[in-house]
Design a protein. Sequence first.
Length: 368
Amino acid sequence: MTIGPWYRKWSAGRDRDVSIFGRCALIAMLLAAAVPAAADRNRPAVVMMLAERHDEAASETVIRAVEAQLSDVSVALRVSWVDALAADLPAQIATAEDLARESDAVAVFWCDLGRPDRIYLFFAAPRGGRVLVRGLEGSGAGGLAEALAIIVRTSVEAVIAGGEIGEIVPPRAGRNEPSGEITPASIAPLAEDERLALTVAYRLEVLSPDNPAAHAAELALSLRLREHLALVAGYALSAPLAAEARGVLLEVRRHPAWIGMRGSWRARRLRLGAGIDFQVDVATENVRALAQGVTTADGGWEVQPSLVPSLRVGLPIVRRVELFLAAGADIALDRTRYVVDTADGSVEILATWPVRPRFLAGVEVGLW
């Protein structure tokens, strides 16, 4: 008996088995590579929305409308909430580019919902450096959410199809470089706050140890001149001051009005401010005799100028409404002392400190 033929038969069978095994392994490897690739192709593209927390209600309205418009488009809408967007468009685009890289998004969009007569939509395709800007007439996101959502849908479809949208916006210039044209002509400038705002506040002023508290209701208008600078003018309805000495009653009614400048800067959700006002206080004096034999004369009126530096911190509650606290000092340029002449000599009835601490608490409402 020989083993040669048997060995050749066994060897040939083994070669066939190895060949079949190798082919199966190759097919399995190709399938393993194809499955993730197919999954990636079937995975929906990501579209991000940047939304400010203080505009949460209006942003939620837009989000619902966009979700409804994109329901039959192979995209996933995600929302990134921020405390506040940057004040200028190049900085906002930089934020959108960072967000797109982190989330692998094909597009990022955000809205300026706070203008009284127009809403702006910004749609960026960061990989192309392009931004589409659309302004819609009207106020409030409720009536314009559907129109905004339609613009988002058509822009998303264009980007997914490989098209180009919007205009290329140059990056922010360096500190020593000319700024040039920051935005295209079709892009409206972004404002940190409204241009015109009304302030209503309660004011407590410490005048002197004998007359520790003076109360007033303060009304003021602020007009924003530049991004961080505003012109302020106001008037205070002050409670009268009363003092008595040697049978004489003195009543002083104050009518302070002022004009000044205020700067403000964002710090996360807070807005920090500093300002200085030139105040003119028109004081009318009423003198009455309380004892027999005492004669008085009309006190008349006088003008009391002062400078008022102050610091302020504000917290936005809803769009265009901000609560704030402020502290300052009323520095008298011409200190006034109220004196009564009697037979025994002059008697001081009322005197105030030359520097009077001042505290305010109130609300600021954007008008325009």
